[in-house]
Design a protein around this ligand. Structure first.
Ligand SMILES: Cc1cc2nc3c(=O)[nH]c(=O)nc-3n(C[C@H](O)[C@H](O)[C@H](O)COP(=O)(O)O)c2cc1C
Length: 316
């Protein structure tokens, strides 16, 4: 893949945000089933872990060929391990590499990774520059508005572009702001005026229409939490729960294929709880969902839910 990948992608670019514990291969494939033109990222993966860690960490980067184009998101702060991680990702067939400069998790910030790089701009730009020169893949950066305000966002964008970044995505909240604070897109529009590479925004977007209404001068947007239990946020939802079952069923099958029958089903329970959230009577199925242990049991619970919902609709 070449450096102009982001420039040449049809606009607006719409993507599934990278999310630890969610944007794994089965969920990415599920979202792409609904919208094949979606851009997706892996969950963030430690550059040190790729170099020194075992197969478990590397397994986090596995993807199905049908997922391409796909972006590997890595985090860290050591230039050499980043270069080795980038080469590893290039050999795996990734489309691009994204550097995480937005993660606020205590452990990550304490190790001076993630959003902490926004307080160490010389290292942040050195990482971008080294990676941009070390690989033929396009390099992007995902970060936040800033530490506790957006005052240095424009400077960050200009610095990242001149270091060789090919795209920047801004989670439009500061490090200090919790996820329930409304995202502010104005500073991102301002930054876009000052750089020539594509800029995406992210934060609190509830669907395609909402994203388009906030697009302004930007090149696209990512959707994160609104996709939980709702991959149809990237397309159009079926009118009944029964109509959703084939997609959910595929999600579960990919889980088992990727993570094995035990772990796959255990992890799928979390997604199933999201899939049924908000339906009348969903509560009574929560306990069955929490105990499913095979694809057959998942089928059975899903069919029971669909049946109960259609019966309650008929009765209404
Ligand atoms: C559970 C969870 C895990 C996340 N993991 C990552 C991650 O691995 N890498 C990353 O850049 N951002 C991560 N984020 C941030 C999201 O990519 C996104 O920027 C944020 O959720 C705001 O978008 P939303 O309001 O549409 O969810 C995560 C967010 C959540 C909720």
């Amino acid at each position: 893949m070449h450096k102009r990948y982001w420039d040449e992608l049809p606009k607006p670019i719409i993507g599934l945000a990278p999310m630890e514990g969610y944007s794994d291969s089965p969920f990415r494939q599920t979202c792409k089933l609904v919208n094949p033109s979606l851009v997706t990222y892996t969950e963030f993966t430690s550059a040190d872990g790729i170099q020194f860690g075992g197969s478990k960490l590397r397994a986090k980067l596995q993807f199905a060929v049908s997922e391409q184009p796909i972006i590997a998101q890595i985090f860290g702060k050591k230039v050499e391990t980043f270069v080795n991680a980038a080469k590893f990702c290039e050999d795996m067939g990734f489309t691009g590499i994204d550097i995480n400069m937005g993660c606020p998790a205590k452990k990550v910030v304490k190790s001076e990774h993630g959003v902490a790089l926004r307080r160490n701009l010389s290292l942040a730009f050195q990482l971008i520059e080294t990676l941009a020169n070390a690989t033929s893949l396009p390099i992007s950066v995902k970060t936040r508005l800033g530490w506790n305000n957006a005052d240095d966002l424009v400077d960050f964008g200009i610095g990242a572009e001149s270091a060789g970044a090919n795209m920047i995505c801004i989670h439009a909240r500061t490090y200090k702001e919790p996820y329930n604070v409304p995202a502010q897109f104005e500073p991102v529009y301002e930054m876009r005026q000052r750089v020539s590479i594509p800029v995406l925004a992210n934060g609190g977007i509830t669907g395609i229409e909402d994203g388009l209404s906030k697009l302004g001068n930007l090149d696209g947007f990512l959707i994160g939490q609104a996709s939980f239990g709702n991959p149809w946020v990237f397309g159009s939802p079926p009118s009944t729960f029964g109509g959703k079952i084939p997609v959910i069923r595929n999600h579960a099958a990919w889980m088992v294929e990727t993570k094995g029958p035990k772990h796959g089903i255990l992890e799928m329970r979390k997604h199933l709880l999201h899939y049924v959230k908000g339906f009348p009577g969903a509560k009574e199925f929560r306990s069955s969902i929490c105990h499913v242990s095979s694809l057959e049991e998942i089928d059975s619970v899903l069919n029971q839910i669909a049946e109960s919902l259609s019966t309650s609709l008929q009765a209404a």
